[in-house]
Design a protein around this ligand. Structure first.
Ligand code: AMP
Ligand code: ZN
Length: 432
């Protein structure tokens, strides 16, 4: 059950002492970068001033903008010839940011990912199909090395090409997959077209899903359709990528590996720490990373920390499902809304299909929210009355959740925009 029993069960006190020691080392490394050399010097922060974990608060936050300003080598702490690989963020929200890795960094990362996969139950003997894109994005190579470390047979299928994905699963008896949740749902259409039942006609037993926010309802849908266990995997390229936080078999929250990261949860407005159990922005500090040490990096991801220990016995704290990024929030008629609130309502309706888009429009001076929803084909053929009744029920349920009345439009399966990467949930047409 444990990849690294001693570390995973380390008593909190020892874990925090280890963090403080590694923080000192990280600050020493960070001082070698031109960015932190200037910033930390200005604040009078040096390894000697880090006596306990509380001294972390003396260090200023690092933001995505800081990383961009430091592009390309401002955050590099080792000579360039020590770097063996770089990854960059997908840039869904602007110019990419880059993270460098030494050989040891890659090794640490692979070990962390192995710890995650082993915790969820993957073993040597599993056939693991990695359906994430290989390249600058970290989902592909990140999980690849961790799975190999466990000794699983890895099929580096990459993203997209749905028919081939299904063929590979059948030919090699794939037992575990790594996939973006919206793509796992989209793939069900291809399964249907090919007349293959993912539950009956494959060996699939588990999936790791991540890279985008998704609700418990979506997890349930994937688990039911495929007949497999689905585990949530959280990471971001600035913190390596996958391997930062992962669900254990209890499936209630994701353990953050605190021997390798310091986690803080802050109020994004006041920048103060929020009490455990309260939602806030996740902030991470790398420990043990050589090439690109990052201090108090503001992720913009919103989640909370579970206040009580996990029944599995691991001492590393758990974060909740990610509600979204602070910049995912949109405002309509003065109300703040997150796409996941809409998803949660929609996926509760069995009639609703597996894709949806939220379109924001201006009608005269007013903002309108139009929710376009895929519905099952049988329903579209079933007569206008039933459709109208469903529409009404969905509008009512959405209004209860988001407090304003949306317009709801139905669409045939496969008609709404979708891709192989992270899903685009909101189209804002108000500015054009
Ligand atoms: P990237 O750096 O391009 O890999 O993107 C990382 C971002 O993807 C994170 O900051 C989150 O916003 C999002 N993300 C990754 N994994 C998850 C997950 N399991 N649940 C929700 N959002 C996620
Ligand atoms: Zn646990």
């Amino acid at each position: 059950m444990f990849w690294d029993r001693e570390v995973e069960l380390l008593p909190r006190e020892e874990l925090e002492a280890l963090q403080a020691e590694r923080l000192r080392e990280t600050v020493a490394r960070a001082l070698c970068t031109s960015y932190y050399g200037g910033v930390l010097g200005g604040e009078g922060v040096s390894p000697e001033t880090i006596r306990s974990l509380d001294d972390l608060r003396r260090i200023p936050f690092t933001t995505k903008e800081d990383l961009r300003r430091g592009f390309p080598y401002g955050f590099l702490a080792v000579p360039k010839e020590e770097v063996v690989r770089l990854h960059a963020s997908s840039g869904t929200t602007g110019t990419p940011t880059v993270v460098y890795h030494t050989r040891r960094d890659i090794d640490t990362w692979a070990d962390l990912v192995a710890r995650c996969l082993y915790m969820a139950g993957m073993r040597k003997g599993d056939v693991f199909q990695n359906m994430m894109s290989y390249g600058l994005f970290t989902g592909g190579l990140g999980l690849h090395y961790g799975a190999e470390r466990i000794g699983a047979l890895v099929i580096p299928s990459g993203a997209g090409n749905s028919r081939r994905q299904i063929m590979l699963m059948r030919q090699f008896g794939t037992t575990a997959i790594h996939v973006i949740p919206s793509y796992a749902l989209k793939l069900l259409e291809t399964f249907r077209e090919m007349g293959i039942d993912p539950k009956e006609d494959t060996e699939l037993r588990m999936a790791f899903v991540g890279a985008e926010p998704h609700t418990e309802e979506v997890r349930r849908r994937i688990e039911e359709a495929y007949g497999m266990d689905v585990f949530n995997s959280y990471g971001l390229s600035e913190m390596n990528g996958p391997g930062v936080a992962f669900e254990c078999p209890c499936k209630e929250g994701m353990h953050v590996w605190e021997d390798k990261y310091i986690l803080e949860v802050i109020d994004p407005e006041t920048l103060e720490l929020v009490p455990e159990g309260e939602e806030g922005e996740l902030v991470f500090t790398t420990l043990c990373r050589e090439a690109t040490p990052l201090l108090r990096y503001r992720t913009r991801d919103l989640a909370f920390v579970y206040p009580d220990p996990c029944p599995c016995g691991r001492t590393h704290r758990r974060i909740s499902r990610i509600k979204g990024r602070t910049d995912d929030m949109f405002i309509v008629k003065g109300v703040n809304i997150f796409p996941m609130q809409v998803e949660q309502v929609l996926m509760g309706f069995p009639e609703v299909g597996n894709n949806y888009v939220i379109v924001l429009e201006k009608v005269g001076p007013m903002d309108e929210i139009v929710v376009q929803i895929e519905v099952r084909e049988e329903l579209l053929r079933g007569g206008i009355r039933r459709l109208e009744a469903l529409q009404e029920r969905i509008v009512r349920a959405l209004r209860e959740e988001i407090l304003i009345t949306p317009k709801v439009e139905f669409s045939e399966p496969g008609r709404l925009p979708s891709g192989e990467g992270k899903a685009m949930r909101v189209i804002d047409r108000r500015g054009v």
